[in-house]
Design a protein around this ligand. Structure first.
Ligand SMILES: NC(=O)c1ccc[n+]([C@@H]2O[C@H](COP(=O)([O-])OP(=O)(O)OC[C@H]3O[C@@H](n4cnc5c(N)ncnc54)[C@H](OP(=O)(O)O)[C@@H]3O)[C@@H](O)[C@H]2O)c1
Length: 401
């Protein structure tokens, strides 16, 4: 359990501070200045946004992971009382620093893996938004958490909900009496779009999520439901539940964030407005409850909550994720890398929305799954899948030209 030391506030590092989760995290932190201080903030190359955040939140250190050393920029951050570091290696450095009590892992995609792993290896409280890290390297990551006695708290609203609904035992949650877990999914912006129109949807349409405001990559993942597939794998590693006992149900209102079903037929769910500040405040304050800034839930105003089965033909990515999880080893890393390549191509206008799943499926078929014994095995599979998926995207763009 994180306890506030006599010297004062807890030091928080926010990896991916300029993103959507970063903004929600800083909003919650700013509500509790006595309890938390911002130790370090990171961005890839959004230098001006990062500088503004460092000024506003009084960060002691900052990292621009995608930029080379630049003296003028360093001087401007120094004027704001902030030490600026450059390059991707600095991410792991601030995540593992002695001054960091908790690390919000909110970099998007595989790029977040090494810094998140560094935080776990340094025994930090890791607030995990970067699900891709766990999808790619589940066994290695969970071993690092155990060995360093790090504390892993889920930020994804579904996993945070499951965490809140599972029974407690020993130092964490247990699966005693648990029959299965149900992850809810909104169904995204194309839940009711005629299937024949999906080949022509634009990146902006895919990113117009009905309930959540998120970064563009996860928004597309929500539209394909790959996000839910990644979350099934994430839930497997976080809670030790076999994927066959993790179900997915569409719940368009995004109020029930997930459910745990027990042996006696009881089902426990967690409900709230779709506002990421709620799971963030839960994980920051755990086991205490702290103010998040979210408005209270008015059930009567909500009226109807509905649920339906996901349509496998509309959302083929979901089955691909289950298949990768069953294949094991490096297959989830291949799935994740191929998805990142396909989504980036779709966002850049180089791939149709409906070609995302075939690119991933073909990549999984071409890159054989191997045992994932080390970080190097995982990174090698990631690289190979990126090459294969990149070539498949190029082929499809040529055919379309
Ligand atoms: N948004 C949500 O509501 C939500 C909910 C649940 C889980 N998540 C998960 O949280 C993570 C972040 O999502 P998001 O929506 O907040 O993403 P986002 O808005 O796109 O923000 C991404 C952040 O990561 C940084 N970044 C991008 N590429 C990087 C790289 N190669 N190396 C280092 N940093 C990099 C960005 O910096 P720049 O600004 O410089 O590019 C930015 O700070 C994802 O794993 C997502 O699945 C998000």
């Amino acid at each position: 359990m994180l306890r506030q030391g006599p010297a004062g506030a807890l030091g928080i590092v926010v990896l991916g501070a300029t993103g959507s989760i970063g903004a929600s995290t800083l909003d919650v932190l700013a509500r509790h200045p006595q309890r938390y201080r911002v130790e370090a903030l990171t961005a890839h190359d959004s230098a001006e946004s990062l500088l503004a955040l460092c000024r506003r939140h009084g960060a002691r250190r900052a990292v621009l992971s995608g930029m080379a050393e630049e003296a003028t920029l360093r001087a401007r951050f120094a004027e704001a009382g902030c030490e600026l570091l450059f390059g991707s290696e600095a991410l792991a450095q601030v995540a593992a620093a002695a001054e960091a009590d908790a690390v919000m892992a909110a970099i998007v995609g595989a790029a977040g893996l090494q810094a998140t792993l560094a935080a776990a290896r340094a025994g930090k409280r890791v607030l995990l938004a970067n699900k891709e890290a766990l999808v790619m390297a589940g066994p290695l990551f969970m071993r690092a958490v155990r060995e360093a006695r790090a504390e892993l708290l889920p930020i994804d609203s579904e996993h945070n909900a499951v965490f809140q609904c599972l029974p407690r035992g020993g130092t964490g949650v247990t699966l005693e009496g648990v029959r299965r877990i149900q992850l809810t999914a909104s169904g995204g912006p194309f839940r009711q779009t005629p299937v024949e129109r999906l080949a022509h949807v634009t990146p902006d349409e895919a990113c117009a999520h009905p309930n959540w405001v998120m970064g563009r990559k996860i928004s597309v993942d929500s539209a394909t439901m790959m996000n839910k597939g990644l979350e099934v794998i994430e839930a497997h590693w976080l809670f030790g539940v076999p994927a066959e006992r993790i179900g997915v149900v569409i719940h368009p209102q995004s109020v029930v964030h997930s459910l745990v079903e027990y042996a006696d037929g009881s089902v426990i769910a967690q409900l709230s407005h779709p506002d990421m500040r709620i799971p963030i405040a839960h994980a920051l304050g755990f086991p205490q409850r702290i103010e998040s800034g979210a408005r209270p839930l008015d059930l009567c105003a909500l009226g109807l909550l509905s649920f339906e089965q996901p349509d496998g033909a509309r959302f083929p990515c979901l089955a691909l994720a289950y298949a990768a999880q069953r294949a094991g080893g490096t297959a989830p890393a291949v799935l994740n890398a191929a998805n990142e390549v396909a989504v980036a191509a779709f966002l850049a206008g180089r791939l149709r929305f409906t070609a995302i799943a075939p690119v991933i499926e073909e990549s999984l078929a071409r890159v054989a799954a191997r045992a994932a014994r080390s970080l190097e095995d995982v990174l090698e599979a990631d690289l190979q899948a990126r090459r294969v998926a990149g070539a498949l995207v190029a082929q499809r763009s040529e055919q379309a030209a």
